[in-house]
Structure formats: structure tokens, C-alpha cells
Design a binder for this molecule. Structure first.
Ligand code: TPP
Ligand code: MG
Length: 347
């Protein structure tokens, strides 16, 4: 089974066919801007010394993250990683809580207990990552297995980077998912670098999606700077999984537009590569598409841009007002209590 390379999305009609109306499209644009704005402000907070630990951004990956999250159903789940802030934004995690998480405050989703980008809100179906990569991938496979056992029509999305996809847990997770035809999507954000290691030193196949055939399911390569193509491919794969069609591996290709983390100036990435991918900026690309194909007006654009700015200003202020966690509550909410678990053997 050859890997499929997804076509770009060109017409408004095609987008309507994929299930999005004009309001949805403007909402996607808002989510893209919000995602970038949160990370830009996060970078400033880091420089101000307000963020403990290191700090990671997903610049260049906004469309990949927002596109998938737009395609997820309300009861679907996922394990997004450090480049996928747009997933949290799209599923409704309020920006002030993200800023609170960045600064280790009590109102962050992990209540100041975990790293600044180790974000997850289970109420939104999103489970916070641990550092070890891609350790969350088998977790997503486990959730998909639970959906199968419970006969729930829900789908799990497992994120990992192209570097992490070389590790054993990725193989084990994909193999089990293929064997059991589980409702899971493997979303590989291929940003061409794993810290300072370029992709040609990471894998020898042409596309990472080529590996899907070895596990018995479909592989698709999508341009991760085309938010609508990302949405269309994610939606197709998610609905296929929901209907019992098994997993899909989607390789979303972008370039990591900043250092591995904010301490890293990415001196090892050729400047020409940055210049080439800057011309394909996912947000500018979608903005141009909206102007050309959905007649986004100046007034609409201004309203969205100023609305995002206002939201982020207010969110930052609210997060600054959030207290640091009370040390007396250190071990609260770290371990699940038996009564919180729905597994029979814990009752
Ligand atoms: C098992 C493991 N080894 C090393 C690391 C340190 N580390 C964190 S991110 C990273 C690079 C990961 O590259 P990739 O999977 O391509 O994701 P990206 O950072 O490009 O999004 C490394 C080596 C880790 N978190 N886990
Ligand atoms: Mg990478």
C-alpha cells in the first residue's frame, strides 16, 4: 500500500464538503492567531524570568495543531505534545489558564505541579504529556483499546515528533493498534529536526508515513502549513477510525521555526531553510486563502486581530493574579484516588 500525499485545499466548496462553514473558517483563523500570540507572549514572560524551567514554542506548527483539533469530536481524546499548543486552544482551554500554567500558578491545568508546557485538561479530553518521548503514544493506544472494549464510538489521537517516532514505544503502539484495528490516529509532526539532528540522520525511508503499511494501515503525508488540508485529512481519518476502519498514520510536514527551546538559537539549521519556510507561514497562508476564497473583509480581519490581542492582554493580567500553589497542597491531585477511577478492580 503506497503512502498517499494529500492535495492542497483549493476551493470554498471543497471546504464546505469537508464540513466547515464560513464562521468555522474565521474561528480557525482566530485560533491560529491566539496560538501564536500565546507562545509569543510566553517567550516574553520567559525573558522576564517569570517562567520556571525551559520554554518551548510550536512556531510553524500552528496549522497542524489547530487543523487536527478542529476535526476531533467532542468526546474524542488526545495526547498533544510541546509543539501542539493549538490543540489546547481549539478545544477551549482558556488562554489565562495557559499563562497560569506557564508561570506555575495555581490556576494552570496542572495547578502548578508540572512543567510549563506539560499541559492537559482531562475535561477537554486532553492528557498532559510526560517528558519521555513518545511515551504518550502507547497511552493513546490504551485509550483507544478502552473505547473498543466499552463499545464507545470515540477516537484517540496520539501525537509524536519525527525524532520520537524512531523509538520503540512508537513501534509497539502502532503494531498493537494495527493488529487490533483500534480507533487511533498517529499524528507525526515532522518538523525536520529533533533538537539539532536533521531528518536524514533520523530515518531512511522517504516518508515516515511509509511505515504505516508495515503495521497494516493507511499512511498519509500532509503539508502541515495548510490548515484546511490538515483538517480534511484528520477528519477523514478520525471518522474512518470511528466507524471501525482502524488506525491511520498521518505525517504532517512543517519546519520548526525556532530553536528546540528558547535557549537554543538553532544555529545548526541552514538560514535558507528558515527563509524558504517563512514564505509558507501557515497563518499568513490561511489569511491569504480567506481573502481570496472566503472574502474575508478588512473589518472582519481587524475584529479578529484586535479581539485576540484584547483576549491575550486580559488573560495575561488574570494569570498574573493567580497565586502560586499553596505548599500545603503539594501532594493533592498528584495521585488519583480509588473512588475517582472507573476500573472495577480499583473499587
Ligand atoms: C526518551 C527521551 N529522550 C530524550 C529526550 C529529550 N528530548 C526532548 S525533545 C527532543 C527532540 C524530539 O524531537 P522530535 O520528536 O522530532 O520532536 P520536536 O522537538 O522536533 O517537536 C529530545 C531529544 C526526551 N524527552 N525523551
Ligand atoms: Mg522534530
Amino acid at each position: 500500500m503506497a503512502v498517499r500525499e494529500a492535495e492542497p485545499v483549493s476551493s470554498l466548496q471543497e471546504v464546505h464538503d469537508a464540513g466547515l462553514d464560513r464562521e468555522d473558517l474565521l474561528g480557525i483563523y482566530r485560533n491560529l492567531l491566539t496560538t501564536r500570540g500565546i507562545e509569543e507572549r510566553g517567550h516574553i514572560l520567559y525573558k522576564q524570568g517569570k517562567i520556571p524551567g525551559s520554554f518551548y514554542t510550536g512556531r510553524g506548527n500552528e496549522a497542524s495543531a489547530v487543523g487536527v483539533a478542529t476535526a476531533m469530536g467532542p468526546h474524542d481524546v488526545g495526547t498533544p505534545l510541546q509543539r501542539a499548543m493549538g490543540v489546547h486552544v481549539t478545544r477551549g482551554l482558556e488562554p489565562w489558564r495557559i499563562f497560569a500554567q506557564y508561570m506555575g500558578r495555581a490556576d494552570g491545568p496542572t495547578r502548578g505541579r508540572d512543567g510549563n508546557v506539560h499541559i492537559g485538561d482531562a475535561n477537554l479530553g486532553l492528557y498532559a504529556m510526560v517528558s519521555h518521548l513518545p511515551a504518550m503514544l502507547p497511552v493513546a493506544v490504551g485509550m483507544a483499546l478502552a473505547f473498543r472494549i466499552r463499545e464507545e464510538k470515540r477516537v484517540a489521537i496520539a501525537w509524536c515528533g519525527e525524532g520520537a517516532s524512531a523509538r520503540g514505544d512508537a513501534h509497539e503502539g502502532m503494531n498493537l493498534a494495527g493488529v487490533r484495528k483500534l480507533p487511533v490516529i498517529f499524528w507525526i509532526d515532522n518538523n525536520q529536526w529533533a533538537y539539532s539532528t536533521p531528518s536524514h540522520l533520523e530515518y531512511a525511508v522517504e516518508h515516515l508515513a511509509d511505515r504505516a503499511a508495515a503495521y497494516g494501515f493507511e499512511g498519509v503525508v500532509v503539508d502541515g502549513t495548510d490548515v484546511l488540508a490538515v483538517y480534511r485529512e484528520a477528519k477523514r481519518a478520525i471518522e474512518k477510525a470511528r466507524e471501525g476502519g482502524g488506525p491511520t498514520l498521518i505525517e504532517s510536514v512543517t519546519l520548526r521555526m525556532e530553536g528546540h527551546a528558547v535557549h537554543d538559537d538553532a544555529f545548526y539549521v541552514p538560514r535558507e531553510l528558515f527563509e524558504e519556510w517563512a514564505r509558507r507561514d501557515p497563518i499568513e497562508r490561511f489569511r491569504a486563502w480567506l481573502r481570496d476564497h472566503a472574502e474575508m473583509t478588512d473589518a472582519e480581519e481587524d475584529e479578529i486581530t484586535s479581539g485576540v490581542k484584547r483576549l491575550l492582554n486580559e488573560s495575561l493580567q488574570r494569570a498574573e493574579e493567580s497565586p502560586l500553589p499553596d505548599p500545603g497542597t503539594l501532594v493533592a491531585a498528584v495521585y488519583a484516588q480509588p473512588e475517582e477511577l472507573d476500573t472495577p478492580h480499583h473499587k
